[in-house]
Design a protein around this ligand. Structure first.
Ligand code: SAM
Length: 285
């Protein structure tokens, strides 16, 4: 099958199947061989690897993944793409295409079935409308993971990577950094896609920590604290936490915990490190 990273080949297959792009599914297909090569290189794929690709589209990156990996599981929501994938991936016996919404699949069970429960790697050019839910469900579903190498909106990649005190720092930064080490590996301009997205993109690799970098007794509670702290960005941490009914915290209890940690009563959530959130969570739980 012709390399779909070459624009002419992508256009030919889209015309052959009279494919209509679905905006609601975040469909922007890659048409740049050097970007595809960089994504696959950043994922450090070997023939031992089982790769989960979310949203294969017409199979452009899937072809590269199938060449490099032992096996590829590609989950695509749009059923109009399934016959196209049948043609573009016909040469590969190591690819399984599943027509499903990745957020509704039991990925843990899938990894168990396909890879005997050994860690998988996720590689994807993600649909931007569901980037955060997909990343969070990958980390929280308990699926054994080695790394996630993904194309996302440039601002979102930056949010995942930054630390306290910057405007992009928030719940996503803390969640990603709790589970993994983030590294932006490439910036990708809109002209590398068809159709062109209205935003810049970046490839980021999240390498799963063997164990979390902080000690926290109840991670779920810590994330509830983090969400409450960033829900009311302009408020002090103390107001943010005591105004969150789901936490059931009194103003006094929060004040006491902040004092124990040597933090000012007027400190803002966006200045706290992951370690400080972990400590606070252990004190308040
Ligand atoms: N991988 C292809 C490429 O790089 O050219 C396509 C990437 S495109 C940005 C995102 C793909 O994800 C589309 O094919 C879209 O139909 C699919 N998709 C969107 N939402 C999905 C979901 N919830 N589950 C699985 N696939 C989804």
């Amino acid at each position: 099958m012709a390399n779909l990273g070459i624009p002419r080949n992508t256009i030919e297959i889209l015309q052959k199947y009279k494919f209509n792009f679905q905006k609601k599914y975040g469909q922007n297909f890659l048409i740049d061989t050097s970007v595809l090569e960089r994504i696959v290189a950043a994922a450090e794929i070997t023939k031992e690897d089982c790769i989960l690709e979310i949203g294969p589209g017409i199979g452009t990156m899937t072809q590269y993944l199938a060449e490099a990996a032992g096996q590829v599981i590609a989950v695509e929501i749009d059923k109009a793409l399934i016959p196209i994938l049948g043609e573009t991936l016909a040469a590969y016996t190591n690819v399984t295409v599943i027509n499903a919404d990745v957020l509704k699949l039991d990925l843990k069970q899938l990894a168990e079935e396909k890879n005997g429960g050994r860690p998988i790697k996720v590689v994807a050019n993600l649909p931007y409308y569901v980037t955060t839910p997909i990343i969070m469900s990958l980390f929280e579903s308990g699926v054994p993971l080695e790394s996630i190498t993904i194309m996302v909106q440039k601002e979102v990649a930056e949010r995942m990577q930054v630390g306290p005190g910057t405007k992009d720092y928030g719940a996503l930064s803390l969640a990603v950094q709790f589970y993994a080490k983030p590294e932006i590996v490439a910036n990708v301009p809109p002209n590398c896609f068809i159709p062109r997205p209205t935003v810049g993109s970046a490839v980021i690799r999240l390498t799963r920590h063997p164990k979390p970098p902080v000690e926290v007794r109840d991670a779920e509670y810590m994330f509830a604290l983090i969400r409450a702290s960033f829900n009311q960005r302009r408020k002090t941490l103390s107001n943010g936490l005591s105004n969150a009914p789901e936490l059931g915290l009194s103003r006094e209890k929060v004040a006491q915990a902040l004092e124990t940690m040597g933090l000012s009563a007027t400190v803002r959530g966006e200045t706290l490190t992951l370690e400080q959130f972990a400590k606070l969570s252990n004190l308040l739980r």
